[in-house]
Write a protein that binds this ligand. Structure first.
Ligand code: NAD
Length: 518
């Protein structure tokens, strides 16, 4: 088995009352707490030194979860000064010490599971099951990268050479990294980026998504408690274009690790490239997708639908890996659609804190408005296949979008990624399969992809021809386990290397070859 071995994160089975009850009781103690996030920098920041923004709960907009004090341009620039000054010291810190801090964060997150799950739910609108998975993934990132860093950075690698010459390859940090993250995995992705960059010897300026700064703030507090120096990892909550542009425009930033939309990645790429006199930058970008699944006539319709429901609607479709376009062979399409309609009727949309809820809210009103505009357009064209009912008693106060499915002619009809519970269905004839593959590849994205078929040759051939980072056969297409399914896309979906994989840390490192005439 390839890759570092490490302790797995602790699981919680919410279906077992003896595990569920104590967790709920502990979460209840955090339900009414008001949080405040602010810049956590190498230097103290006055309470009133920046704009403030309220954080409202996505499933009940009347509830204020807390507030965020945004980082100013001047503070962001001074934070870069501190990170720049910290680099030589941090890079020279033994990797075992860096790894121990990162591992301790994993332990602390497990200790604070109930509080972090409450934040995921109240700030991010996450279901309980999604909250457990999210924190487990973050813990796994910490432990995996800690062990992997010790393997890679622990000692120099001896290389061959002629008699009288020694050759060694040494790994070190690259410099200051900006870590810019999205709201849909407010703890896992945020934490994964930060600890990977830091454990490799780089000071980090962490810029969380505007929508989920409270969770990020709590993680950085825990990281500092775990022993991370305050000038090595700093938190810069704030507006993307403002704080982000200070970071990506500063010539002292060696690299940006980014997860978010493809358009934003392109803005950052241009800003990095435009810097006068700056070293050539590293950009690690994990972006959006137009993820498809192909279902042929040999697939099991019931299994297909169960996997489609999860892939398209879990987390309200707000996963980069979520299924957007389902290609179904014409001879089974009516049967699959009929079962899908029945399954969508059974979905319960509402308060994510209830175990019986299948689909929670979307993140905010902007997101809801954008998704509704797309839905209205497709409804106007008369292509609705199925729609889950919204019960106003559970959804009136939040930003909910009912899961919905439409038929479309092909993936080309979609202008952009629709980041919510909207499934598009395309019927294809067996003779058209090559065209289907060309269409999917031709769209330029390449994140996740699925194939459902009991014909092994068909499934293998499709999996081989599709250009996507993560291919799933006869299962759902969401979820990637750290160290098991390294995750990330290609083309418009990302640069690689894959998060949670054995090569991820290499991109945060410099390699130095030392040759000595002995
Ligand atoms: P987004 O691109 O709007 O924002 C991501 C981050 O970029 C935020 O922190 C934001 O403040 C910042 N930002 C915005 N403008 C910026 C600028 N000009 N300069 C620097 N930073 C800037 O994305 P989002 O809405 O937060 O997240 C959803 C997107 O993320 C979807 O497209 C989804 O597919 C993608 N995503 C991809 C992965 C993956 O692993 N491939 C994982 C999760 C989410």
């Amino acid at each position: 088995i390839y890759g570092p071995s490490r302790r797995n994160s602790r699981g919680v089975n919410l279906n077992i009352n003896s595990q569920y009850r104590p967790l709920m009781d502990e979460m209840a103690t955090f339900m009414d707490r008001e949080y405040h996030a602010r810049p956590l920098l190498a230097f103290d920041v006055a309470e009133d030194a920046g704009a403030r923004r309220d954080v409202l709960c996505p499933f009940d907009r009347r509830v204020r979860v807390g507030s965020v004090q945004w980082t100013s341009r001047d503070q962001a620039s001074k934070a870069v000064d501190a990170a720049w000054a910290a680099f030589p010291r941090w890079d020279a810190t033994p990797v075992a010490e860096r790894a121990a801090i990162v591992s301790r964060l994993g332990d602390l997150m497990e200790e604070h599971l109930a509080e972090l799950m409450t934040l995921c739910s109240r700030e991010g609108g996450k279901l309980l099951t999604d909250g457990v998975d999210e924190i487990r993934e973050a813990v796994d990132f910490c432990r995996y990268y800690a062990v992997r860093a010790e393997e890679l950075f622990g000692s120099a690698t001896r290389l061959p050479g002629p008699t009288g010459e020694s050759n060694e390859l040494m790994m070190g940090g690259k410099g200051v990294f900006a870590a810019i993250s999205p709201w849909n995995f407010p703890i896992a992705i945020f934490c994964g980026q930060v600890v990977a960059a830091a454990v490799a010897g780089n000071p980090v300026l962490a810029k969380p998504a505007e929508q989920t700064s409270l969770a990020a703030n709590r993680i950085i507090e825990l990281l500092h408690e775990a022993g991370m120096p305050r000038d090595v990892v700093q938190l810069l909550p704030g507006d993307g274009p403002t704080v982000g542009s200070v970071l990506s425009g500063d010539p002292r930033i060696t690299g940006v690790v980014f997860t978010g939309g493809t358009d934003t990645a392109q803005i950052i790429n241009r800003a990095l490239a435009a810097r006068e006199g700056a070293p050539l930058p590293t950009l690690i970008a994990e972006t959006g997708g137009m993820n498809a699944m192909i279902v042929d006539s040999t697939a099991l319709p019931e299994q297909v639908v169960a996997d489609v429901i999860q892939s398209a609607f879990q987390s309200a479709g707000q996963r980069c890996s979520a299924l957007r376009v389902l290609y179904v062979q014409d001879v089974v399409a009516d049967r699959v659609i009929e079962i899908l309609k029945g399954a969508m009727d059974e979905l319960h949309v509402g308060d994510p804190r209830h175990l019986g809820t299948d689909v929670g809210p979307v993140i905010d009103e902007d997101a809801r408005r954008g998704l509704m505009a797309h839905i209205e357009t497709l409804k106007g064209e008369g292509r609705l296949v199925a729609e889950t009912r919204l019960d106003p008693t559970h959804t009136a106060q939040g930003t909910f979008v009912a899961p919905v499915a439409f038929e479309i002619d092909g993936i080309e009809a979609l202008e952009r990624e629709q980041f919510g519970p909207i499934l598009h269905i395309v019927r294809y004839r067996a003779s058209e399969i090559d065209g289907v593959i060309d269409s999917i590849n031709g769209r330029g994205y390449g994140l996740t992809f699925g194939v459902h078929s009991r014909n092994q040759t068909f499934a293998d051939e499709i999996a081989q021809k599709i250009r996507a980072g993560n291919v799933y056969i006869n299962r759902n297409i969401i979820g990637a386990v750290v160290g098991v399914q390294p995750f990330g896309g290609q083309g418009l979906s990302g640069t690689g290397p894959k998060a949670g994989g054995p090569h991820y840390l290499l991109r945060f490192a410099t390699e130095k070859t030392v040759t000595e005439n002995t």
